[in-house]
Ligand binder design. Sequence first.
Ligand code: SAH
Length: 301
Amino acid sequence: PGLPDALRENLLERFEDEPVRIREVFASADGTEKYLFDLADGNLIEGVLMRYKYGNTQCVSTQVGCAMGCAFCASTLEGCVRNLTSGEMLGQIVAVNRRLQGAGERLKNAVLMGSGEPLANYENTVKFLRLLREYGMSLRGVSLSTCGLTERMRALAQEDLPVTLCVSLHAPNDEIRRRIMPIARKYAMDDVIDACREFIARTGRRVIFEYALIENVNCSLACADELAARLRGLMCHVNLIPLNPVKERALRAPSLQEQNAFLHRLEQKKISVTRRRALGSEIEGACGQLRRARLSEEKKD
Ligand code: SAH
């Protein structure tokens, strides 16, 4: 309804079994590929394929843009345009898998770490996870990353979906967290950690904390000590991510020495911790950068 018949037919023809189409591919020397996808309504989203030793992993977007407003993230600079449907989330997987099959490869894992906050689009995300299982992907190879919407984290724990929960912590306390993540004004870190504890108790699976190292913000040894104290006794792993610099933000990663000192301090305190390898940085691998670059080019045209 509303659309002229010819246009509607044309759209159906193009998108019936393809709610998402690969529009451009940017390949990196390390095998990482970044995709710009077209949606049927003309919106653009992006995704990344990472060729890890343990299998090809696809990074999936859950919204066009994002409303969370994190100070270091490019996805949120223009707010959230709309939620993706479950079909559009699965469509990203199907499109990339089809491309891989052409090369005799396939997707093994997925991470919900593209643009958007998956738990702010809860119904569609849960539906997508169920579709993904029907499509044949084991949810044991799926990670869902959230900025910490605690009611929804608790709801997810009840869904019987064996995904790995990743939580963007990025700070050892509320004061620092609120400076870089507006959502921290709504949910206190104690509540976030408590919701993680419930998720672990309910699923038996460890939680992963993502911690972007940002110079002069969250990477002092005092921060490491405070973080270790906060996480003590929790079945978890900390993933340190040297900040991907984003043009529009005056934030950057600390020196390699500072990164190492932070990592070793956590190790000394018996926290399970690794640093994420940077893949595809020459193809604007960081969240939301590609779509933004393309949108501003189109504005110039
Ligand atoms: N909205 C979800 C998932 C999206 S982003 C969430 O907040 O978890 C996936 C991860 O990349 C998050 O941990 C996010 O905080 C982080 N991230 C965003 N921008 C980044 C940057 N410039 N450098 C490093 N990590 C970044």
